[in-house]
Design a protein around this ligand. Sequence first.
Ligand code: UDP
Ligand code: MG
Length: 312
Amino acid sequence: MKKVSLLIPFYNEQEVLPKLFERVKLLVDSNLDYQWEVMLVNDGSVDNSLCMVKQMYLRDNRFRYIDLSRNFGKEVAMMAGLDYVTGDCVVIMDADLQHPPEVIPDMLKLWEEGYDDIYGKRNSRGKEPWIRKKLSLLYYKLLQKTSHVEVLQNVGDFRLLDRICIDALCSMRESQRYTKGLFQWIGFNKKEILFNQEDRVAGNTKWNYLKLVGLAIEGITSYTTSPLKIATVVGLFVSMSAFTYMIYVILKALFIGDPVAGYPTIMVVMLFLGGVQLLSLGIIGEYIGRIFNETKNRPVYFVREIDGEKCN
Ligand code: UDP
Ligand code: MG
């Protein structure tokens, strides 16, 4: 019998967990052709979530849990889960039930047909502010234009991955993870499946605009080096124009003479060049920061407890 793992990272989800357990149990009990494992990854919750998960584990041993040592963010929590799931395939889903478990049997059908990576594509983005929708659209366009790997719109982390994909993902140990990019980067036989994203059942989203901007920069800098190229091109263009202008100024001073002090021109040129330099430095700094973080070569996360057993 094939084993299917569900991977659910959670962070302060005490309001939704009871509903999640109910829906997942329903799914698991109605698909007895597979052996199930529900891997719940506690990403440093500070509410009652972990306690509830532990109780669930004691009641039903198909539910397992990993307790991370602190909040590492969803991307890392997913990685921890992937490291420990034992299934022949894994389905990653959110704890807030925005990813309906009812879609999973259809994913399994496609998996049986031989696809390795079945990703859920949102039919609608659910209730979201208009500006957030527009911004995310713009962002994807930008990312697509500047990178070689295809970027999929309206595709999140809701997906089924075959063991072959799990092993591939586990072999990529970078600590600043942009999972969306990684899923795409590993390749394999992909297939999309449409689903309606529901609204969050309860509780609040863990994302604010600041965090989203962070994720966006993360995405760009881990996906492509084209900002560096843009900085080079802009630098080249600016220095060429500056050079031409310099020749013009020299010739003018030589042949016509320049009695006026020329303060405004100098100011304008200086400020402009200073701005371009700062911008380029910032872009380079962004990449150096990533190099710095990766060279420390730290473990990506620490586990405190797995299924009731303390980890050393
Ligand atoms: N999550 C997590 N660690 C975090 C933030 C979120 O494991 O630091 C989990 C969260 O519990 C949920 C999933 O990631 O299961 C998606 O989070 P959320 O619903 O807040 O994001 P959104 O759906 O708004 O993108
Ligand atoms: Mg959500």
